[in-house]
Write a protein that binds this ligand. Structure first.
Ligand SMILES: [Zn+2]
Ligand SMILES: [Zn+2]
Length: 175
């Protein structure tokens, strides 16, 4: 996604943007899973002394597999983003040497457009949990009989005296 910034010449001048983007335009995201809705991106670009400050929010939803019950569910993504963009020069090129640690937080642009595709991709990926659960009280699958405990209960003893599990349960309690 590109923001045309040629109209922003004075420091402090601002431009609002809003776009709905098909996820297929972001191949890195398409790898995560099947998206359930397009990416809705809205935000503002403000001219600063050094470049532009881009802030905004994005929303979409993706079909993930619950790490407990293994059922697919729709995970809603909503993320804020903020990034500073400065004009690309030979000095501050991301691949160049000698640029300070600022390179982590500052992106560059060339010409009349700021490309926020990478920013959008990162924001979406950061919002997706490693172990997604369909709901916080998902009961998962019984490790003994394999039944889906959201739909049924089983007769397995939930309080089996396994000392290893007791240690694990203590650890999880603190999280
Ligand atoms: Zn689940
Ligand atoms: Zn069971």
């Amino acid at each position: 996604m590109q923001i045309k910034i040629s109209a922003l010449s004075k420091v402090g001048s601002m431009l609002a943007f809003e776009e709905e983007i098909p996820v297929k335009e972001y191949p890195e995201l398409a790898q995560v899973g099947e998206f359930h809705s397009p990416l809705t991106v809205r935000g503002t670009a403000v001219k600063t002394e050094d470049g532009f400050l881009v802030t905004g929010t994005l929303a979409t939803s993706v079909i993930l597999e619950c790490s407990r019950c293994l059922e697919p569910f729709i995970y809603h993504i909503e993320a804020d983003f903020v990034e500073e963009f400065v004009p690309q020069t030979s000095k501050n090129s991301r691949t160049g040497t000698g640029f300070s640690e600022l390179a982590e937080e500052v992106s560059t642009y060339q010409g009349d457009y700021i490309d926020i595709s990478e920013l959008i991709t990162e924001s979406v990926l950061l919002d997706i949990p490693m172990k997604a659960v369909c709901r916080t009280d998902c009961r998962g699958i019984c490790p003994d009989c394999g039944q889906a405990l959201n739909e049924t209960t089983c007769q397995c003893n939930p309080h089996k005296p396994d000392p290893r599990l007791a240690v694990l349960a203590d650890l999880l309690k603190d999280q």
